[in-house]
Design a binder for this molecule. Structure first.
Ligand code: PMP
Length: 432
């Protein structure tokens, strides 16, 4: 099996063995078995370029940024601002001042809710959020809506058929016309089902209906080219750790005119122009949204992760991940009673496979039981509601433990797919 799989490194593309060697964690064992890490949608592993780059900064170049004239401060500032430039370029922003460092996607969306939301939402205003949204894209709006009596409504997702996992477009169009939402929140890629949503079309439709738009790009960053100007969104949120970078750092893209019109959120050093007890004035973009000492090494690591990803090539990574997903899908569908949720395969899907197993004449297998048996064999898979409880409820899975989710990154191999499927079959047999 392993030999056969090795011949499948097709597209004139990537040397997966060489890529894997750049990820020290991938050569460790778990429970006495070589690790097969299939949980990259939760957090990707980190290449040496990021690990060593952060270490280099911390060991030799650290100082606080923006404040002092000394050598180290100047260098740290240059590296930190250099990372902002890289992120801006990667996301297609018009200017790096449109990139606000945050601790991640969750923090970025909370920033928008607490600043834009606080001044723009009034009683009765509608915020549309997709039913498959990650809780990070929903709960901040519920919290702010409670303060101002705004209304948060779901954008419905098709649950069955060819368009399973996709937005119900007719219903979306009707909602835009009938509810005239102030804000439309969209997810670029669903972490629960892997659906790639057509955010460019959806944003255009939302904008034409007069809405401000925010796209949760957490799952898109490691897989898709992103061009915020082409997408036409007002806000786009990402986390570095989903895309080979460090945890605790992410970014909010906001169009400059929209960010300029927003009040700051957190107050403190770095974000001010001048302070007195009579009154304080705030700094320019992007600093007015970055109070306090930021995660400097994290930002630098974020930039290095994007460098690394761009060196691999997003297109190459995507081709490989699609091949992994399609190989896994074919084998999974041969397992008795296994049902994949959302788009089965094809272009509208990122490398995420969510499934449940209910063999004929047997009760459904609890995802958590399967995950434990997989873990015993060194396979890291995710189970549960994947922070998308409203979606799981609509799918009728809220009470049955959600789904099992496997997700691939560019460092996964065909051998790992085969090992995981064999391990899954063994686990299912043990539970029957
Ligand atoms: N949105 C999506 C689609 C996600 O997958 C995640 C992470 N699971 C988040 C938002 C939140 O990201 P973070 O925890 O890095 O803030």
């Amino acid at each position: 099996m392993l030999e056969a799989a090795a011949t499948l490194y097709t597209p004139a593309m990537l040397d997966i063995r060489a890529i894997r060697q750049q990820f020290p964690i991938l050569s460790r064992e778990v429970n006495g078995q070589p690790l097969v890490y299939l949980d990259s949608a939760a957090s990707s592993q980190k290449p040496l370029a990021v690990i060593e780059g952060q270490r280099e900064y911390l060991a030799h170049h650290h100082a606080n940024i923006h404040r002092s004239a000394h050598h180290l401060a100047a260098r740290a500032t240059r590296d930190f601002e250099g990372a902002r430039e890289k992120i801006g370029l990667h996301l297609g922003a018009a200017h790096s001042k449109e990139i606000i460092f945050t601790s991640g996607t969750t923090d970025a969306i909370n920033l928008v809710a607490q600043t834009w939301g606080r001044v723009n939402l009034d009683a009765g205003d509608v915020v549309l959020v997709p039913r498959d949204a990650h809780h990070a894209a929903l709960v901040p709006w519920q919290m702010i809506a409670e303060n101002c009596d705004a209304i948060v409504e779901p954008i419905e997702i098709e649950l069955q058929g060819e368009r399973a996992g996709q937005i119900d477009r007719a219903a979306f169009t009707r909602q835009l016309q009938d509810l005239k939402p102030k804000l439309v929140v969209l997810g670029h890629v669903s972490n629960a089902l892997g659906t790639i949503h057509p955010v460019e079309e959806l944003c255009l439709e939302a904008r034409n209906a007069g809405a401000t738009t925010l796209v949760d790009g957490a799952q898109a960053l490691p897989h898709l080219p992103i061009d915020v100007q082409k997408i036409g969104c007002d806000f786009y949120a990402v986390s570095a750790h989903k895309a080979y970078g460090p945890t605790g750092i992410g970014a909010l893209y906001g169009r400059a005119d929209v960010l300029d019109a927003m009040p700051p959120w957190r107050g403190g050093g770095e974000m001010i122009k001048s302070v007195s007890f009579e009154g304080t004035t705030f700094g320019e973009l992007p600093f007015k949204f970055e109070a306090g000492t930021p995660h400097i090494s994290g930002a630098i690591g974020f930039g290095l992760a994007l460098d690394w990803l761009n060196k691999i090539g997003l297109q190459n990574a995507q081709t490989h991940e699609e091949a992994l997903t399609s190989r896994a899908t074919k084998q999974l569908l041969q397992i008795d009673g296994l049902r994949i949720l959302g788009p089965a395969t094809g272009t509208q899907k990122a490398s995420v496979i969510s499934f449940v197993i209910q063999p004929e004449n047997a009760p459904a297998i609890h995802p958590a039981d399967l995950a434990t048996l997989l873990d015993n064999q060194g396979i890291a898979a995710r189970t549960g509601h994947h922070c998308t409880e409203p979606l799981m409820a609509a799918l009728g899975l809220a009470e049955t433990g959600g789904t099992i989710r496997i997700s691939f990154a560019v460092y996964n191999s065909f051998e790992e797919v085969d090992r995981a499927i064999e391990a899954l079959k063994r686990a299912v047999n043990m539970l029957l």
